[in-house]
Design a protein around this ligand. Structure first.
Ligand SMILES: Cc1ncc(C[n+]2csc(CCOP(=O)(O)OP(=O)(O)O)c2C)c(N)n1
Ligand SMILES: [Mg+2]
Length: 694
């Protein structure tokens, strides 16, 4: 078909085809130019993406962060050229981190020419926070689909809380495109199972059933009946047998929109590398440039000028402007009027929405946070956390979350009257029950956060391993998610080494931008939350004790509010000027304090530094850090019931680290403390050894 040289105005069908082929050829050219990338899937899915964007989605390219927009998630993130093409051709506008519109396109043709190059707004994979209009970072297969479940939960919750008769402030759909890889990754099963249980009928996954992955045909790896799997999850399963039939695609999406009580799964039969005479339906089309000769042949098959590169023919921008552009502008205009009337009638709710959208906190958000009195027996970190969560959830309407089936252990259950459980028939509930699905939970919390809710998830610290891929993405996306990890060390003694984290602190501390906090007593827990809640662009992880920790006497020791510095001088010898520094976090803080008192009694000038967070401390001024850890005091002992990995940076080459070099063991905690050396005498001895004292 040659649609390039029509003299008369294009018919609608011709314009559709022209737009689709523009997406295809931009993708082909960008990958060829970059000499890397994934052309085949964009070539195959161009009609799908075109239909979703130009015919169906309620999205205004002028304002890609309008709260009631439909969401588009490209879970098969390697097909990113689909997204760059869509954002470019719709002329979606850029916004900055302060939610200001910048008056320039999000993705320019020049960005596409520099696909995968430094600073281009068309990077290898979709990156939230780097490119406006990207709803979530994707690329690690399975993350996008799981995150989209969080978006769907958020929409349900928002609609329930804010909609009023005649005021549908929230009512949007989430369209998620995914491939074989996403379907094979376990996290998609976790997430789909929960989405089916919750009956999230605002959620549609479109599965690119092309039978190809990198190593070849899915005959060698993936022969399950995916549709049947989703039926069993309780989804509505549809099929589009011809990836080029855009009317049928539109029809299927219409069925989705009219389906109540179930999410929709569309099995979408496509041909990777569509139109390429030698590469269609082959794995080579997945991740290799087509090559100049094949590009010519492919363009010929599309009726495209064979030598043209990065061509956007006349009429393409206009056709998108007349489709999604006009529809989106109109819908957003109506919404804005509606919201103005809503603001007049429900000013408090409107303010909540404003604050939430800007990731601000409501006034008095920290009202009634507990203060724990000194108590040698104390309270467990998880207990203190539970009290704080229950206060915060009452003060901050859009703060919600839950556990992966460990609520009673994590103490994360919101127990105040009216908190409620989020279920299909109670979308206003604030307790999310994720089931035993830590990976999906964490991706879902990302989805909540991308929807501007303040979400938290919880499990045992040991199972942060199961959550880690999504934690990493929350840091990459700069989302203020919260993960409450309890049973942070050997406190669950008898459960044994399978349940005792060792390397987890070190591994989370290694994630750039992630705030890891291990508070040392109940008041440090409160202050840790106070710090975390004020974060707008960083995720945080809390490592909390299972067992009671003494609540330190803050008249005697420094105030817990100093947690906000990451590390602080908790106790000093009279007049300061220490000769040895004991550094501890979490359950080892009181141990260090005990050792300190013994050392003082023996005339040794010791200091205790409480260090709940490396990350926060590392961001303090050099002057502050030197005050806490004076460079001339070389005798330093770090105590932490975790891998010693990394502590050298605080104790120096002449310091001593009391930590874990092996896995733990199954025994009562007291015995483990003895076996692994977490006792005051050991700390005292280590300090004296450094000072060459007996
Ligand atoms: C978690 C994860 N594992 C591996 C990869 C590497 N990878 C990228 S694409 C791909 C194959 C995906 O196959 P499919 O989803 O069918 O995509 P198609 O080639 O059909 O577009 C793999 C293994 C990845 N991106 N994420
Ligand atoms: Mg595939």
């Amino acid at each position: 078909m040659s649609v390039m040289h029509v003299a008369q105005p294009m018919t609608g069908v011709e314009a559709d085809q022209l737009c689709i082929n523009t997406i295809r050829t931009l993708s082909i050219d960008a990958v060829q130019q970059a000499k890397s990338g994934h052309p085949g899937t964009p070539m195959a899915l161009a009609p799908l993406v075109y239909t979703i964007w130009n015919r169906v989605m309620r999205f205004d390219p002028q304002d890609p962060i309008w709260p009631n927009r439909d969401r588009f998630v490209l879970s098969n993130g390697h097909a990113s050229m689909l997204l760059w093409s869509a954002l470019h051709l719709t002329q979606t506008q850029a916004v900055n981190a302060d939610y200001e519109r910048l008056g320039q396109p999000s993705v320019t043709l020049d960005d596409i020419r520099h696909f995968r190059q430094l600073d281009s707004k068309a990077p290898g994979h979709p990156e939230y926070h780097w490119v406006s209009g990207v709803e979530t970072t994707s690329g690690p297969l399975g993350q996008g689909v799981a995150t989209s479940v969080g978006m769907a939960i958020a929409e349900k919750w928002l609609a329930n809380r804010y909609n009023r008769p005649g005021f549908e402030i929230f009512g949007y759909h989430i369209y998620t495109v995914c491939g074989d890889g996403c379907m094979m990754e376990g996290v998609s099963s976790e997430a789909a199972s929960l989405a089916g249980h919750l009956g999230l009928d605002n959620l549609c996954w479109i599965y690119d059933n092309n039978h190809i992955t990198i190593e070849g045909s899915t005959r060698i790896t993936f022969t399950e009946d995916v549709g049947a799997r989703f039926l069993s999850y309780g989804w509505n399963v549809l099929r589009v047998g011809d990836a080029n039939d855009i009317d049928r695609i539109e029809q299927a999406l219409e069925v989705f929109k009219n389906t109540n009580g179930r999410p929709t799964f569309i099995v979408f039969d496509s041909h990777i590398g569509y139109g390429s005479p030698h590469k269609q339906d082959t794995p080579e089309a997945h991740g290799e440039p087509l090559g100049d000769e094949e590009i010519r042949l492919t363009k010929r098959s599309y009726g495209w000028p064979e030598e043209a590169k990065f061509l956007v023919p006349d009429g393409v921008y206009d056709h998108f402007a007349a489709g999604v552009g006009a529809r989106g502008a109109q819908i957003r205009r109506v919404w804005k009027e509606l919201f103005a009337a809503y603001r007049a009638q429900y000013p408090e709710l409107a303010i909540e929405i404003d604050q939430m959208q800007r990731r601000e906190l409501p006034a008095a958000w920290d009202r009634d946070l507990p203060i724990f009195p000194a108590d040698p027996k104390g309270i467990a970190g998880r207990e203190a956390s539970g009290k704080v969560l229950n206060v915060l959830a009452q003060n901050i309407p859009w703060f919600l979350g839950g556990s992966a089936d460990l609520g009673p252990s994590n103490k994360t259950t919101l127990t105040y009257p009216g908190a409620g459980d989020f279920q299909a028939d109670n979308p206003g509930g604030k307790n999310l029950h994720f089931g035993i699905r830590e990976h999906a939970m964490t991706a879902i919390v990302n989805g909540l956060s991308l929807s501007k809710l303040r979400g938290f998830g919880a499990t045992f610290f040991i199972f942060s391993d199961y959550a880690r891929p999504a934690i990493r993405l929350s840091a990459l996306m700069e989302l203020p998610t919260i993960l409450v990890f309890t049973h942070d060390a050997m406190g669950d003694g008898e459960d044994g080494p399978t349940h005792q984290p060792v390397e987890h602190l070190a591994s989370l501390r290694a994630i750039p931008g992630l705030v890891t906090l291990r508070p040392g007593d109940a008041n440090e827990v409160v202050e840790a939350y106070r710090y975390i809640m004020q974060l707008r662009h960083q995720p945080a992880v809390l490592a909390l004790s299972r067992q009671p920790l003494p609540t330190l006497d803050r008249n005697r020791y420094a105030p817990a509010s100093e947690v906000a510095q990451g590390a602080y001088i908790l106790a000093d010898p009279p007049g300061g000027n220490p000769e040895v520094i004991l550094i501890a976090s979490g359950s080892e803080l009181s141990l260090a304090v005990n050792a300190h008192e013994t050392l003082l009694a023996e005339g040794i000038r010791s200091r205790v530094v409480s260090m709940p967070s490396w990350d926060i401390f590392d961001h303090q001024t050099q002057e502050y850090r030197d005050r806490v850890l004076p460079p001339n005091v070389k005798a330093r002992v770090a105590v932490e019931q975790a891998s010693t990995f990394g502590w050298e940076r605080y104790v120096g080459s002449s310091g001593n680290i009391i930590g874990m070099k092996t896995f733990g063991a199954s025994a009562p905690l007291k015995e483990l403390q003895r076996k692994f050396g977490f006792e005051p005498d050991r700390v005292v001895a280590a300090a004296k050894a450094l000072l060459d004292r007996k």
